[in-house]
Write a protein that binds this ligand. Structure first.
Ligand code: ADP
Length: 393
């Protein structure tokens, strides 16, 4: 059975088609610059990548082209072979505890939640509608970044703000990257051959979050009401003293939108280093002795270690720690700094095993108190699995 996993952004549309339940990737790709000039798309099939220019005024043209490519490349013979489409939704707030089949009510709720994810939810709705129009018979499923975190207790997800901010304005912790955290936690369960494990998953990408998971359920996560909480990220500041915001508004006369832009787009690794938001550039800067790159890296590692230590106590011990996403999967030196900083817990890095990028691997020694793994994440396959479950029951 053929299932598509779709991630629609405001000007992009990423997709991956699977043969399920085998989970074989048949074709993947991305449409870029939708609605702006010089739009193009890239598809990857049997390891071969091709890029083409295309006129993409809206997401609908992208979906039409996608269908053409599927047929031309003989991935499908007709549209009715596509039985399901899983759509990634960034913000489901407390409305969705798990993935759901999309109907008009679901679309309405996703739209209503746009205030909490102004860049992402409206784009997802556009994507859902475009696919519904062109492939109407496929079962459409919404897979939320937030639903995995819905198991957090109230004392964990509430902020110590006036209680009516929660009841009237939905201000609480929602978290993000839930699909990735769940995927990695499931892998750890398989690797350790047990369900009842306590794990910490470090999703370290351009955006980053750390989650404490007990027995497959999220206990706490570092992102908050928005993704700008927790660890230091590429351009987001993560946890700060919130009173800095009104203070700087007063000092600089920046509007709240401008300040929002500073804390989301000009802070983090970029803000500290002054060089780049990309950890590869930070690593190069460190090699050249750039003091601010060294500082940015130290601050990044410190924050990750703070969260691991906090969640170690919260979970009352940990069976495994995993690193995933761009930095977690690829930055050998960042993993080394983090694990070396956890020596007090008896965690010991295996330097040779750690010398890898993008592959699943145990990177601690046999006598390490807690095993640490690199586990490449796969949010798309989780979306395909959830969609498949609704079709096969
Ligand atoms: P997101 O999905 O949040 O946009 P990714 O998970 O793709 O982000 O991660 C992007 C980050 O991964 C960037 O900071 C990038 O520098 C880092 N990264 C990718 N490859 C490497 C590498 N080989 N070494 C170090 N960092 C890497």
């Amino acid at each position: 059975m053929k299932i598509l996993s779709v991630n629609a952004g405001s000007s992009s549309l990423k997709f991956q088609m699977y043969e399920m339940p085998e989970e074989k990737v048949l074709i993947s790709g991305v449409f870029e610059r939708i609605g702006i000039e010089n739009s193009m798309y890239t598809i990857k099939i049997n390891g071969n990548k091709t890029s083409k220019n295309a006129l993409l005024p809206t997401h609908k043209e992208a979906v039409k082209l996608l269908v053409n490519e599927l047929i031309e490349n003989k991935v499908i013979n007709s549209l009715d072979e596509i039985k399901g489409i899983g759509h990634r939704i960034v913000q489901g707030a407390d409305k969705f505890e798990s993935s759901v089949v999309i109907d008009d009510k679901v679309i309405e709720t996703i739209s209503e939640l746009s205030a909490l994810a102004p860049l992402h939810n409206p784009a997802a709705v556009i994507g859902i509608k475009a696919f519904k129009e062109i492939i109407p018979d496929a079962v459409a499923v919404a897979v939320f970044d937030t639903s995995f975190h819905q198991t957090m207790e109230k004392e964990t997800y509430l902020y110590a703000l006036p209680y009516n901010w929660y009841t009237d304005y939905q201000v609480r912790k929602y978290g993000a990257h839930g699909t990735s955290h769940k995927y990695v936690a499931d892998r750890l369960s398989k690797i350790l051959n047990r369900e009842d494990i306590k794990v910490i998953v470090c999703h370290l990408g351009n955006g980053g979050s750390i989650t404490a998971i007990n027995n497959g359920k999220c206990v706490d996560t570092s992102m908050g009401f928005t993704p700008n909480a927790g660890i230091i990220m590429g351009t987001r500041c993560g946890d700060i003293d919130v009173s800095i915001v009104p203070y700087m508004m007063q000092k600089t006369n920046l509007t709240y939108q401008e300040l929002d832009n500073v804390i989301n787009k000009q802070s983090g690794l970029l803000g500290i280093s002054g060089v780049s938001s990309d950890s590869r550039d930070i690593e190069s800067g460190i090699k050249e002795g750039n003091e601010r790159c060294i500082l940015a890296q130290k601050m990044f590692v410190r924050k990750v270690v703070d969260y691991i230590a906090k969640y170690y106590v919260l979970l009352n011990g940990v069976d495994a720690i995993a690193f995933t996403a761009g930095i977690g999967e690829n930055s050998i030196s960042t993993r080394k700094h983090i694990i070396d900083s956890l020596k007090v817990l008896g965690i010991k890095l295996d330097e040779e095993a750690n010398n890898i990028r993008g592959e699943e691997k145990l990177i601690t020694t046999n006598d390490s108190s807690i095993p640490c793994y690199v586990i490449p994440t796969d949010e798309e396959v989780m979306m395909a699995r959830d969609t498949y479950k609704f079709i096969e029951g």
